[in-house]
Design a protein around this ligand. Structure first.
Ligand code: ATP
Length: 233
């Protein structure tokens, strides 16, 4: 059985249909990369899975349960954690305090402040620093760590490399690779196609709210994905 099943999902922003009938499945342990041009609907889709946007129609099923009408905080309790675009940390609070905010009383598991600091060693000396004083890479690690603190079964990552230098992006992705190896199920939005394909085992390219291409990251040709990205057939 799939961990996540999205069926014919439609999400609107007012009159605009940002997601126009999208269907796909994610099995436990898979890493799905979502790619597509700006405005293709990737963020809206992730947020709809996390419960931050209501679906106009269609269905999201997680671990066998229909999530229709289930608010975002309940979805965290069910095991879905979102790392939003732009990190959204509490800048006056310390790294540790931000991490502790990610805990969910209902979700037992191995994640702790200590384990996050082991996973992202660059955060270790910054434990008591205010989030507003961190570098971009440290902020991103804190945002991912905060999501992990809820011991999620499904981690949704929205453009984690945005605004980071290539070296720091490499570090963030090295840590993600560890999470993937440990079996965490991940959906990630990534602008860098090479990176998206190398880290994932499935890829979906969105175009104007629809799936233009879905394939296996290992076997899909980069050319095909690029064509789908620009809507060339
Ligand atoms: P990006 O890479 O720029 O984040 P995206 O693929 O994630 O792009 P979305 O952010 O999901 O795309 O946007 C899809 C469409 O919905 C775009 O046309 C965007 O302008 C519109 N949109 C997104 N959020 C809102 C909102 N809160 N209100 C109105 N329109 C929105």
């Amino acid at each position: 059985m799939s961990l996540l099943s999205v069926e014919d999902l439609v999400v609107r922003h007012g009159l605009l249909q940002a997601v126009r009938g999208v269907s796909f499945d994610v099995a436990r342990g898979e890493t799905l990369a979502l790619v597509g041009a700006n405005g293709a609907g990737k963020t809206t889709l992730l947020r709809a899975i996390a419960g931050a946007h209501q679906a106009a129609s269609g269905r999201v099923t997680f671990d066998g349960a229909d999530l229709s009408g289930v608010p975002s905080h309940e979805r965290v309790r069910k095991g879905i954690a979102l790392v939003p675009e732009g990190r959204r940390l509490f800048v006056q609070m310390t790294v540790e305090e931000n991490l502790l905010l990610g805990r969910s009383a209902d979700r037992a598991g191995d994640w702790s402040v200590e384990r996050v600091l082991e996973t992202f060693p660059n955060l270790k000396p910054r434990r008591h620093a205010r989030a507003g004083h961190l570098s971009g890479g440290e902020q991103q690690a804190t945002a991912i760590g905060r999501a992990l603190m809820s011991n999620p079964d499904l981690l949704l990552l929205d453009e984690v490399s945005l605004g980071l230098s290539p070296l720091i992006v490499d570090r963030v992705y090295a840590s993600l690779q560890e999470l993937i190896s440990s079996g965490t199920t991940i959906i990630l939005v990534e602008q860098d196609l090479n990176r998206a394909l190398s880290v994932s085992n499935k890829v979906i390219c969105m175009l104007e709210g629809r799936i233009a291409l879905a394939g296996d990251s290992m076997t899909v040709s980069r050319d095909e994905v690029t064509k789908a990205y620009f809507g060339l057939h």
